[in-house]
Design a protein around this ligand. Structure first.
Ligand code: GUN
Ligand code: ZN
Length: 438
């Protein structure tokens, strides 16, 4: 017997790939192969094709046969707050009260690097178990909270975008305030330390305009101008009360988006979380500048924020990502998040197709994070982040999936009812990180 090819593995199963955006192009943008295979080599996807031909072409390679499980790209969660892991599912508040009651006291604890390390590791372990292989996270105002997440991600070989949350206005508690200058200096030092190191990248992170002074927004706009290759993440038009608050704090602004635009915080690489109650000028400017919107459906229902206009905004061609918004969102799972996105869209009379949901959780989010050439799809040359979905993970799902006439009917019950039991395996950076025990 010849020796197996080192450092290569052939995954066999059903496969799903995207050649475009199914929200725009329909199912012609999706390729499903019921007898597919993915060859991984050196942490990257080397070849994708039919199991029989890839086996024949690589007779010595190690084979991992997943039967009729479905292999999709690893999930990309485009907006989370890892420091809110321990306060997920906190009861009864709307945005501003929820921040003051639960979020800010918890975020204060991240002044302690040991606690930050513990939660960063816990968060990455919890989400990997749900098949999430890329995240874009807010940290706290403490630079150490960024170091903690990046160090934990680096140890796992994980692709992570993160940034120090900046807040210098007296609307935030004193213990969570920086200044315009320290926010600039700390963020700049973190960019120099972490941006582009292995799979890590930086996002300048003003929390939202109510907790920053114009001076701070201007300083961060200057920093972004000096580092145009980093992302910028913030919140936009999440709740109606919040929009009224922004109007009172920025009386000269034309709308909420203008509080960012006026200070150089609108543009390509800008990630705007929630974006529910948008005015037409805001939509036009977001489109013209090729900015990204991040839809956080479980959060928007849990905190009572409103219903994102997926049909309207995707028809306008905006980049849209999907996210849990941990811990405003009520789940770490991107499967649960897809179910919630479906339900929110239904309430707006727009039933999202299973292909559109999986796209949003993978290639769509990657495109929103401007990483579509690296993750979010199963294409040769991309980084090997893959999730293997068991489409029969519980009796409830199985009895429905058994009636399916095609892959979409077989997949949809898992999207609606699935949890971490449906995540049969996770491959991250070419290494298997979760494997079902059966
Ligand atoms: N707006 C400003 N900060 C936050 C946050 O931490 N969570 C949510 N959901 N909205 C915000
Ligand atoms: Zn958020």
């Amino acid at each position: 017997m010849p020796n197996p090819t080192p450092d290569a593995v052939l995954l066999i199963g059903q496969t799903l790939q995207f050649s475009g955006d199914p929200l725009v192009e329909g199912l012609s943008a999706v390729r499903h192969n019921s007898t597919g295979a993915v060859l991984i080599r050196g942490g990257h996807i080397a070849e994708v094709g039919d199991a029989t031909s890839l086996r024949a072409a690589h007779p010595t390679v190690r084979v991992q046969d997943y039967g009729d499980h479905l292999i999709v790209a690893g999930f990309v969660d485009a907006h989370v707050h890892y420091p809110q892991t321990a306060i997920i599912a906190s009861w009864g508040k709307r945005l501003i009260d929820w921040l003051n009651t639960y979020t800010f006291p918890e975020e204060m604890r991240f002044a302690d690097r040991v606690y930050a390390d513990e939660v960063a590791a816990r968060y990455l372990d919890l989400t990997l178990n749900h098949g999430t292989t890329t995240i874009a996270s807010y940290c706290t105002i403490h630079p150490e909270s960024v170091d903690a997440l990046f160090a934990a991600a680096q140890a796992r070989g994980q692709r992570v975008v993160a940034g120090k949350t900046c807040m210098d206005r007296d609307t935030a508690p004193g213990a969570l305030r920086d200044t315009a200058l320290s926010a600039y200096d700390d963020s700049k030092a973190l960019i120099e330390r972490w941006h582009g190191v292995e799979r890590l990248s930086y996002a300048i992170t003003p929390r939202f305009s109510p907790t920053s002074t114009p001076d701070q927004l201007r300083a961060l706009g200057t920093l972004w101008d000096e580092h145009p290759d980093v992302l910028m993440q913030t919140h936009l038009s999440e709740q109606v009360d919040e929009i009224e608050w922004v109007k009172s704090l920025y009386p000269k602004a034309r709308d909420y988006l203008d509080t960012y635009e006026a200070y150089g915080l609108l543009g390509k690489g800008g990630l705007y979380g929630h974006a529910i109650h948008l005015e037409q000028r805001e939509k036009d400017r977001l489109k013209e500048t090729d900015a990204s919107l991040i839809h956080c459906p479980t959060s928007n229902t849990f905190i009572g924020s409103g219903l994102f206009d997926m049909a309207g905004l995707s028809a306008e061609g905006l980049r849209i990502g999907l996210a849990t918004d941990t811990g405003g969102g009520s789940s770490f799972s991107m499967l649960r998040t897809m179910a919630s996105a479906y339900e929110v869209a239904q309430l707006r009379h727009h039933p999202l197709h299973a292909a559109e949901l999986i796209y949003l959780a993978t290639a769509g989010s990657a495109r929103a994070l401007r990483m579509e050439d690296k993750v979010g799809n199963i294409t040769p040359g991309m980084e090997a982040d893959l999730v293997v979905l068991d489409l029969h993970s519980t009796p409830d799902i199985t009895q429905r999936a058994d009636r399916a006439d095609d892959i979409w009917e077989a997949l949809f019950p898992t999207l609606m009812m699935g949890d971490d039991r449906a995540i049969a395996a996770v491959w991250m950076n070419g290494t298997c990180r979760k494997e079902a025990s059966d």
